[in-house]
Structures are given as structure tokens and as C-alpha cells.
Design a protein around this ligand. Structure first.
Ligand SMILES: Cc1cc2nc3c(=O)[nH]c(=O)nc-3n(C[C@H](O)[C@H](O)[C@H](O)COP(=O)(O)OP(=O)(O)OC[C@H]3O[C@@H](n4cnc5c(N)ncnc54)[C@H](O)[C@@H]3O)c2cc1C
Length: 398
């Protein structure tokens, strides 16, 4: 039986990254929740969190309508940030949207899947065009289409945002609306039967709980385990490389290559990286040191093959970051636990949590306060799908 948070119950949020801070702002800043919202975050610099190491890219090219709609809301929210968030101009971080386009390339073998994705996107009113190789060449003569079967091209309403600036926007606005940020760490969760009763903090303090939200990003599985709840979310390292080329294309786009390598324009250069293809090793955890071998072994060969513009790439920087990786189906886990009804999930975004943060914050706040996510039904992402063995199949994971 799902239990709603009682009016004005204390709502602690474990983790103050972009997800925890978005939920805090929607609760206090937007819906004016009168109860206490406490965000527990050990590191106000966010050095190792997923958000500050993210690329902040936003696309409508998913294969699940709910993912498309969440990201579309995220894009529109960022595009009109000042309409939503009321902060003095000199306190407003620069989280402006950079408009850009995704170009997803598929080989002949991958064409059916890409076409099916585009059909879902178009049925969901996403402005995405399916291009044949000739059309790709006409628009982007610098792209090698010899091994390409088709491509999906975002005509508008895609781009990227500085994820740290967006996190700080939510955090500052949440604090201005009386959300409390505690610099502390949750080290234990007290449970009595099917109810979470309190949180033990590293400082020795103890917090009461009306409803508690797990927003611990890559560490969400470890936090759920403190309440004896199984959540298959783990940190998985991804490396991002900054590169320059002496021969940049005049009209660069964000390319997702069939090899799994992506490349996106950034400043005077590009950002690139890759996710392991199915069957390739992808260990949990480890450190955040960049995996430099990936540049020479994976990214550069794929990009040089894709365009002569990338043949003479020079790597100018790199960083590692943890995906908040849902090993079950690489999709969000949202809403209350079915038995432990005051334990709430906002986890497992696996590479698309920044663009979904505005919609997730709204959904969780509505769900907590009104008993359901009113603006957009997100029941698909409930935790019980895991025990039921019913994955959300999203073909657009990067
Ligand atoms: C390299 C990289 C590229 C990415 N690119 C994109 C992209 O292009 N587009 C996109 O939408 N998404 C992208 N993502 C994914 C996105 O960054 C994440 O999904 C999102 O940032 C998750 O936000 P979060 O707030 O849940 O996690 P985090 O930002 O990690 O925040 C979780 C917080 O929980 C805190 N915490 C952990 N344990 C505890 C505890 N016990 N007690 C209290 N607090 C705790 C941590 O300190 C941390 O600050 C990328 C991620 C990476 C790593």
C-alpha cells in the first residue's frame, strides 16, 4: 500500500546534486510546501558527483515516450529558466541553453531500430527527421556515410546546458525558498517494519522522517541498502575528452556514431567519449581518473573514420565521471517503494539525469504532495518493475 507524505511531514532528501536540488526547489520554491525539506549533502563543492562531471546535453531522441517528454520539459524549462526561477539577476548562475542538434547514425544493421525510434519520436511530436545517406551527405558533406544505413536528425529543441550552473540554480532557489542544506552524510537508515523512522548522520545527529527521498546519484544503491532495500544503481565510469582539430567542420553537430562514440562541439574544440557496447566490459566503481587508452583505442579511430575533419585530432584535456547506472534497464527509478511506502526513489538515470532533472523534480514533488505525478504519468518507472522483471526498454541509451 503506497502511503502519501502527510501534510507538513519532514522530507529529508539524501543527496543535493541536480536531482535532489530540483526536488527541493519544486517542493519549497514552486509548490510552497509548508513542511521542512532538508537536503543532506556532504560535499557542497560537488567535486565527485555525476552532475558536475556531466555534459548536460539534452535531446528528444529516445525510444520511450516518457523519456522524450521528460527531456522536452527539461529543455523548455532551461530555455525559460528565468520564468520559472525567481532569483536576483546577480545570483542567477549562467545556465543558459546552447541550441544544438543531435545526429544519430546507424549502420544498415541498426537501421530498423533507429527507424522505429524515430517513429516513436514523431508520434510524440518530437521534431526529428529520418535521413538517408544522401540526405546526410547533402547536409553534412564532411561526414563519411559509406557504412551508414540511415540517420536521425533533431531539427530543433535540442542542445546543452552547463550542468553545474543548473544545479546551482536549483540549489540557490531552493535555499531562498527555505529548503535547508545540511553538510553531512547519511550513514544509516532506521526502519521499523515497513516505515523509515529516521536517518543517522555522520556528524552524530539524527533526523526525523515523514518521507525520505533517495537522490544519491551513483551511490543510490548503497543508500537504499542502508534501508535493506535492493536498488541496482551503481557508479560506472565514463571518460570525457576535450579535443581540437586544425580542420573543424563549419557546421558541427552532436554526432552519436554506431561505434558508441559521440562528439559534440564545445568552445574552440569538441568533447568526445564513448559508452561500452553491449558485451564489452563496464566495471562498477573504481576511481575517477580518465581512461586515456579509450581515446587512442576507441574514440579517435571512430572519429577519424567518420570524417577527415577529425583525422588530426589533438587531445587537450580529459576527465572521468560516474554514471548513476541502473544495471537492470538503464532507466530512472521513481516514486515510493511499494512496501516501505515512505522511502522514495529518484535514481538510476544512467546518462540522462541532467536533462530529466526539471521533470523529475516536478514529478516527485507532485507525487509526494498530491499522491501522484499529475503533469506527466511516470508510473512506468516505479521500483516494483525490477522485482517483477519488467524492464523499460529504451533503445536510446548513450
Ligand atoms: C561523463 C558524464 C556525462 C553525462 N552526460 C549527460 C548528458 O549529456 N545529459 C544528461 O542529461 N545527463 C548526463 N549525465 C548523467 C547525469 O549527469 C546524471 O544522471 C545526473 O547528474 C544525476 O544527478 P544526481 O543528482 O542524481 O547525482 P549526483 O550529481 O551524483 O548527486 C548525488 C549526490 O548525493 C550525494 N551523496 C551520496 N551519498 C550520500 C549519502 N550517504 N548521504 C548524503 N548524500 C550523499 C553525493 O555527494 C552527490 O552530491 C552524464 C554523466 C556523466 C558522468
Amino acid at each position: 500500500m503506497t502511503r502519501r507524505a502527510r501534510p507538513a511531514a519532514d522530507i529529508p532528501i539524501i543527496g543535493g546534486g541536480i536531482i535532489g536540488s530540483a526536488i527541493a526547489w519544486w517542493l519549497k520554491g514552486h509548490f510552497r510546501y509548508p513542511g521542512t525539506v532538508t537536503v543532506i549533502e556532504p560535499d557542497p563543492t560537488y567535486a565527485d558527483g555525476a552532475t558536475s562531471r556531466s555534459l548536460g546535453s539534452i535531446r528528444q531522441q529516445f525510444s520511450t515516450p516518457e523519456n522524450i517528454l521528460m527531456s522536452r520539459f527539461g529543455l523548455n524549462f532551461v530555455a525559460r529558466l528565468a520564468d520559472w526561477i525567481d532569483l536576483p539577476a546577480d545570483a542567477m548562475p549562467d545556465a543558459r541553453l546552447t541550441h544544438g542538434h543531435y545526429l544519430m547514425l546507424a549502420t544498415e544493421a541498426g537501421s530498423d531500430a533507429l527507424q522505429a525510434n524515430v517513429a516513436v519520436q514523431q508520434a510524440t511530436d518530437a521534431p526529428v527527421a529520418l535521413l538517408n545517406p544522401d540526405e546526410v551527405r547533402r547536409r553534412f558533406p564532411w561526414i563519411n556515410t559509406a557504412d551508414i544505413g540511415c540517420a536521425a536528425f533533431g531539427l530543433r529543441d535540442e542542445g546543452w546546458v552547463d550542468p553545474y550552473a543548473l544545479l546551482q540554480t536549483f540549489r540557490r532557489a531552493a535555499r531562498a525558498a527555505d529548503a535547508c542544506y545540511l553538510q553531512d552524510r547519511v550513514i544509516a537508515i532506521d526502519r521499523s517494519g515497513d516505515t523509515v523512522t529516521g536517518l543517522a548522520l555522520g556528524s552524530g545527529d539524527h533526523l526525523p522522517v515523514g518521507a525520505v527521498v533517495n537522490a544519491a546519484g551513483p551511490w543510490a544503491g548503497a543508500v537504499a541498502a542502508m534501508a535493506d532495500i535492493d536498488l541496482p544503481v551503481v557508479p560506472r565510469k565514463r571518460t570525457v575528452f576535450h579535443v581540437t582539430t586544425p580542420t573543424p567542420p563549419a557546421d558541427p553537430v552532436l554526432i552519436v556514431d554506431p561505434s558508441g562514440v559521440y562528439v559534440r562541439p564545445e568552445g574552440n574544440g569538441f568533447l568526445t567519449g564513448s559508452s561500452p557496447l553491449p558485451g564489452q566490459p563496464d566495471p562498477d566503481g573504481g576511481n575517477l581518473d580518465p581512461d586515456y587508452d579509450q581515446f587512442e583505442g576507441v574514440c579517435w579511430p571512430a572519429l577519424a573514420h567518420r570524417s577527415v575533419a577529425f583525422e588530426a585530432l589533438r587531445m587537450t584535456g580529459a576527465w572521468g565521471g560516474f554514471y548513476d547506472y541502473n544495471t537492470f534497464d538503464q532507466n530512472a527509478v521513481l516514486g515510493p517503494h511499494r512496501q516501505v511506502g515512505n522511502f522514495w526513489f529518484a535514481n538510476g538515470f544512467s546518462g540522462h539525469g541532467v536533462q530529466q532533472a526539471p521533470a523529475v523534480g516536478r514529478a516527485l514533488a507532485e507525487w509526494l504532495l498530491q499522491g501522484r505525478s499529475v503533469s506527466l504519468s511516470l508510473d512506468l518507472f516505479r521500483h516494483d518493475r525490477i522485482a517483477a522483471g519488467k524492464p523499460v526498454v529504451e533503445r536510446g541509451i548513450i
